[in-house]
Design a protein around this ligand. Structure first.
Ligand SMILES: *[C@@H]1O[C@H](CO)[C@@H](O)[C@H](O)[C@H]1NC(C)=O
Ligand SMILES: *[C@@H]1O[C@H](CO)[C@@H](O)[C@H](O)[C@H]1NC(C)=O
Ligand SMILES: *[C@@H]1O[C@H](CO)[C@@H](O)[C@H](O)[C@H]1NC(C)=O
Ligand SMILES: *[C@@H]1O[C@H](CO)[C@@H](O)[C@H](O)[C@H]1NC(C)=O
Ligand SMILES: *[C@@H]1O[C@H](CO)[C@@H](O)[C@H](O)[C@H]1NC(C)=O
Ligand SMILES: *[C@@H]1O[C@H](CO)[C@@H](O)[C@H](O)[C@H]1NC(C)=O
Ligand SMILES: *[C@@H]1O[C@H](CO)[C@@H](O)[C@H](O)[C@H]1NC(C)=O
Length: 230
């Protein structure tokens, strides 16, 4: 069963609300990447890229194996109203950390490298992303029904970090750090998993953000990474 309905919905949202494409001299093109991320500057510093990105869609709360939901390298978030349409994303990492040994207690930093302007679609009145850390076994299917902030509305899931995706905020981050954001830090683990969604309802405007090319060999590398030992 193909999830054409969902794809159609999302494409309509993308196309109807497509942003202006004028090139901005303040924002780097894909062909002219900004200063390289400063992730690893010491010999013990290691960078890990995700083993998967998963789309969690409120309209198809139990689906994970469809052209959209089964995609493993696509960052997408959408929020109209909590009760109409939301898309969240889960990102998972596997690290060479033995559970319960000395280096499982080292600090892992979740970083987010902004995509260049022409590689993304960002829309809506407040495209601000909340990131939540969750405990998940490696490779376990991720569906909307497993999205912690929506599972039980009476339980407040602590926010691990936030990313302000508004055009102005992105420009500020490009200016300050070449587009690299430290989202938050925590203990390293063999499997590290975060879920994320739009912090605010978009209403008619729909808060929306997507981009592809979330890991190597895409260059410059954009999206999430974990660094440790820096
Ligand atoms: C981005 O690309 C456009 C068109 O190719 C070019 O005019 C502009 O100078 C580029 N911007 C930067 C920051 O390199
Ligand atoms: C943990 O320690 C092992 C063995 O010393 C090393 O190979 C591995 O890279 C370390 N992992 C991290 C995330 O530092
Ligand atoms: C750590 O523990 C989890 C759950 O018990 C297990 O799936 C994983 O393989 C372990 N990682 C290592 C490196 O032993
Ligand atoms: C780290 O791995 C252990 C063993 O699998 C698990 O019990 C623990 O909840 C994990 N911690 C996080 C933050 O995922
Ligand atoms: C939601 O969480 C609260 C507090 O832990 C619990 O009392 C309640 O039963 C939960 N509701 C559902 C539907 O799981
Ligand atoms: C996000 O950034 C925009 C532009 O700087 C700002 O107006 C807005 O208040 C920020 N939102 C949050 C929640 O920080
Ligand atoms: C980013 O830097 C440019 C050039 O220095 C400046 O004109 C612009 O106002 C800055 N934007 C933000 C949001 O800080």
């Amino acid at each position: 069963m193909l999830d054409l309905h969902t794809l159609a919905n999302l494409l309509i949202v993308s196309f109807l609300l497509a942003p202006p494409t004028a090139a901005s001299p303040l924002w780097p093109n894909t062909t002219t990447p900004a200063a390289p991320p400063t992730a690893c500057s010491t010999p013990t510093c290691q960078t890990f890229y995700p083993t998967s990105y998963s789309i969690l869609n409120s309209r198809y709360p139990t689906w994970d194996q469809t052209p959209l939901h089964g995609n493993q390298d696509f960052f997408m978030l959408l929020r109209q109203r909590a009760d109409t349409f939301q898309v969240a994303t889960q990102v998972q990492f596997s690290l060479p950390v033995d559970n319960g040994t000395e280096n499982s207690s080292s600090t892992c930093i979740l970083q987010f490298q902004l995509p260049s302007k022409d590689m993304q679609t960002v829309l809506g009145p407040a495209p601000v992303v909340n990131v939540y850390q969750v405990t998940r076994e490696a490779g376990v299917p991720a569906t909307w029904d497993t999205y912690e902030p929506a599972r039980n509305a009476s339980v407040l899931v602590p926010v691990f970090g936030a990313v302000n995706g508004s055009v102005e905020a992105q420009q500020r981050i490009w200016n300050q750090t070449g587009g690299l954001i430290d989202v938050g830090a925590g203990e390293c683990n063999g499997t590290l998993t975060w879920q994320m969604g739009m912090a605010f309802e978009g209403g008619d405007g729909v808060n929306y953000w997507d981009f592809v090319g979330v890991e190597p060999p895409f260059s410059p590398v954009q999206g999430f990474r974990v660094v440790t030992g820096c």
